[in-house]
Design a protein around this ligand. Sequence first.
Ligand SMILES: Nc1ccn([C@@H]2O[C@H](COP(=O)(O)OP(=O)(O)OP(=O)(O)O)[C@@H](O)[C@H]2O)c(=O)n1
Ligand SMILES: C[C@](O)(CO)[C@H](O)COP(=O)(O)O
Length: 245
Amino acid sequence: MTSSLWIIIPAAGVGQRMQAHCPKQYLSLAGQSILDRTIEIFVDHPLIAGVAVGVSPEDVYWSESKWYQHASVHTFSGGKERSDTVLKGLKFLAKMTGNEQQEVLVHDAARPLLTQKKLEQIIRHDSDQGVLLAMPARDTVKRQLPIDTSLACTSSVDITLDRSGIWLAQTPQKFVSGRLLYALEKAQTEGVVITDECSAMEFAGWHPDLLVGESSNIKVTFPEDLLIAEALFSYLRSSNLHFNK
Ligand SMILES: Nc1ccn([C@@H]2O[C@H](COP(=O)(O)OP(=O)(O)OP(=O)(O)O)[C@@H](O)[C@H]2O)c(=O)n1
Ligand SMILES: C[C@](O)(CO)[C@H](O)COP(=O)(O)O
């Protein structure tokens, strides 16, 4: 029987690339905020013990959330970078639960379209190395030449990579909390830039499993992503893929 897991939702970003009037996690998706849509995936799920949301110390929107006072939704103060927020979330969970070696999930607030089917797959995936959702590259992959600002076009092709081994990481990512905390602190101490939990675990010597994600599990990043998310939400709702816990 799979025990229930805590989920850490980093939601302390400013959404610079979205260029909106508020942090992108508070923009509307089908009538609710993106963050509320994301939390909805996990709240009251039989395999989720609780939800820990990392919000910015300057956040003035969270108190309007439909989950603001929900018994199984807790908040902690996020950090400067996404990895700082996740690290603070791990320390928050260890203090609140008294358990420093529990499997935890980390999922971007900006990914509101994860389906229940895929959530259950990653929760039930058993691996000592940890696991993340990722998509095999479906386009031809190019690496650019070193940027030469003297050129009219600063991005020119160097080589085409063998895409058979290329994956684009998504979230959730699942790791043992104590191992992830150690890996994030190690990367921070050694000045290694971390953009997802898996890269910290790799730096610490782990080789997490790759579990095929969903092309609909997009990260809302740029303005056009909001239109795409609205269309995908309608599709998932109509096919009942998003909600049945
Ligand atoms: N200091 C930070 C930065 C980001 N995030 C969260 O990490 C997720 C993925 O990050 P990203 O898409 O980069 O969000 P932003 O950092 O807000 O976007 P941008 O880089 O455009 O500012 C988002 O849910 C974001 O809220 C976070 O919790 N703490
Ligand atoms: C964690 C992530 O979503 C995996 O693809 C991605 O690394 C987040 O990157 P961002 O620049 O913080 O959005």
